[in-house]
Design a protein around this ligand. Structure first.
Ligand code: ATP
Ligand code: MG
Length: 378
């Protein structure tokens, strides 16, 4: 039987949470992404705990133990507990009772097996106790070995309960998968229309998580073949994504640049203002013929470099190192003239216009002219 080792398992915060639940005669198990990722030796982002204690009891026990407890999702059984500056999402065991295809409807349970069966993939239903002992009620360890995301139960049935599972299937594959599970893929493909019934928020958040994987190209290509990409991003294509990922010179991952590489209609998504603005910048950068220097000056280094990579991928030409350099130079350049430097014969909109003319001249002269030279050119 697998045994889990992880620093968070034995941290002071974890020990206090386990003591509080087990001391009152309850079960407590780490579950979900933290157990899965620790076993795969991947970074762990959040700590989820499953328990047979009811949410109101978790609240009382936490308060009794002097831990901060917030009923973040009390309706579906989740209490967020902060212990030694660590955050734990403690959720009561649940079982599926009925579903509407947009969200599973669940009831509380006292059995880990019920709780496991309502989860999506076998590897997401692994439980670890405080000593690292792993419980595997639905055969997740074997799939973990193969890095395979396999639906728990009949894929068709499980997808109809919650169509977001289609996108989660591709998201986990993008992050950790080796091969796509054939039965899961076939079910996703035949039920692809279901993603249209999901809220724009859920689809957007899931797609952006998928696109934040190190290399999501295979996952996006598989989504396209399965008819799902067209539902989420009509007119989009996986074709330019792999070349873009290959060319992208920026180390930091930007899911929005990947979205720009896929293209298509994003009106079915709900992007944050910042994300929508970034997407516009990438799309605009693809459509216009701005020089690399101008891109750098207007967009900053990272976005400008990504625009150059997007252009190279879409127009199938190599990425010119001289262009990268020019974009970096543009990003680091500051216009040497300000409104106050202009002759005071200029008034109102003339000031802005003159500045714009000088700025254009300066950019087109490779950021070379000095303040005096620019003013003399007016
Ligand atoms: P990560 O947090 O690393 O993205 P995760 O597996 O923890 O991955 P979460 O979305 O945080 O994913 O969900 C936690 C757990 O809850 C999952 O591992 C899974 O067991 C269960 N779960 C989440 N969403 C669903 C869903 N739509 N259907 C069934 N089970 C789900
Ligand atoms: Mg998680």
């Amino acid at each position: 039987m697998a045994n889990l080792e992880a620093p968070w398992l034995t941290s002071a915060g974890s020990l206090a949470v386990f003591a509080m639940l087990e001391g009152a005669g309850h079960q407590a198990w780490f579950v979900g992404g933290c157990v899965r990722n620790a076993l795969m030796e991947e970074p762990v982002s959040d700590l989820d705990i499953a328990t047979d204690a009811l949410p109101e009891d978790v609240m009382k026990l936490a308060e009794g133990a002097g831990l901060k407890a917030v009923p973040t999702g009390i309706a579906h059984g989740t209490v967020t507990v902060v212990s030694a500056a660590q955050t734990f999402e403690i959720t009561t065991f649940r079982r599926d009772v009925e579903t509407d295809g947009r969200r599973a409807v669940v009831a509380f349970s006292e059995q880990m097996e019920d709780d496991a069966r309502r989860r999506d993939f076998t590897v997401n239903a692994l439980y670890a106790g405080k000593s690292g002992e792993v419980r595997d009620p639905v055969g997740g360890l074997a799939d973990l070995e193969d890095r395979r995301f396999r639906f728990i139960g009949d894929p068709h049935h499980r997808i109809c309960e919650d169509y977001l599972r289609i996108l989660r299937f591709f998201r986990f594959f993008a992050w950790y998968g080796r091969d796509l599970d054939a039965d899961g893929l076939a079910a996703c493909s035949s039920l692809s229309e279901g993603v249209l019934s999901l809220s724009a928020e859920r689809v957007t958040s899931e797609m952006l998580k998928l696109l934040a994987a190190r290399d999501p190209a295979r996952a996006v290509a598989a989504m396209e073949h399965a008819g799902i990409l067209q539902r989420v991003l009509p007119g989009g294509s996986s074709r330019f994504l792999a070349p873009f990922l290959h060319l992208d010179p920026v180390a930091e991952i930007d899911p929005i640049a990947r979205l720009a590489a896929i293209g298509g209609d994003v009106s079915g998504l709900r992007l944050s203002r910042a994300d929508a603005k970034a997407l516009d910048a990438y799309r605009h950068g693809l459509e216009n013929t701005w020089s690399a220097g101008r891109l750098g000056y207007a967009l900053g280094e990272d976005q400008a470099l990504r625009v150059l990579a997007l252009r190279a991928a879409l127009f199938e030409h190599p990425l010119d190192p001289a262009h990268l350099e020019a974009a970096r130079k543009g990003a680091a350049s500051v216009l040497p003239v300000r409104a106050a430097d202009l002759p005071d014969t200029l008034v109102g909109p003339e000031i802005g216009n003159a500045l714009k003319i000088l700025e254009d001249r300066w950019i087109d002269s490779d950021f070379g002219p000095s303040k005096a030279e620019l003013l003399a050119s007016l």
